[in-house]
Design a protein around this ligand. Sequence first.
Ligand SMILES: CC(C)(COP(=O)(O)OP(=O)(O)OC[C@H]1O[C@@H](n2cnc3c(N)ncnc32)[C@H](O)[C@@H]1OP(=O)(O)O)[C@@H](O)C(=O)NCCC(=O)NCCS
Length: 170
Amino acid sequence: MGRSLPYYVRLMCRSDIEQVTDIDREAFPTMLPPVNFQRELDNPLAHYVVACEADTMPASNGIRVGERTAQYVAGFAGFWILSEEAHIVNIAVRKSCHRQGVGELLLLSLIELAIAMKASLVTLEVRASNDSARKLYGKYGFSEWGLRKRYYTDNREDAVIMTVGDIGSS
Ligand SMILES: CC(C)(COP(=O)(O)OP(=O)(O)OC[C@H]1O[C@@H](n2cnc3c(N)ncnc32)[C@H](O)[C@@H]1OP(=O)(O)O)[C@@H](O)C(=O)NCCC(=O)NCCS
């Protein structure tokens, strides 16, 4: 029997933007300009999901965000879909929620969404030094296809291109 996680995944909505922006800034503090998630939600090519704590219901024990009560978001992920290719642009989990399977849950949810949208291939770029993310993608069959030299503008670090095809398979 698989382990049961206290998180579930749903599509990102506007009321998540404040929390998602905080998670993005914590995970990628040197990336400038910051992602404009409002614009991403308006972009028909972009598709984002969030992982929420299963017991944070909006009307009961949700946390306060601005003037509203909201579900507690532990992480988020998104891709852009271009023809039959889903390009993962972001995946990040709050540091306080690392190593609980949230990243894995988000990645699997993105792959399921990509399958539902008839993508045949999922691809992404990851910093060469980002061992934890490379391990996560490797665990799900992504292979390293090549390098984009000095891809990241903050420190000129190389990006490793990782891709998985035949995404409908086990
Ligand atoms: C990468 C990231 C999303 C992983 O999220 P997470 O919820 O902590 O990961 P999970 O608990 O789901 O771990 C799944 C797998 O990822 C790998 N992994 C995750 N963190 C790891 C670490 N610190 N060291 C080694 N492997 C790690 C492992 O293969 C792990 O599987 P295992 O538990 O069977 O060993 C998270 O570290 C993060 O948000 N990092 C900052 C943002 C980032 O770098 N995003 C990727 C951009 S390309």
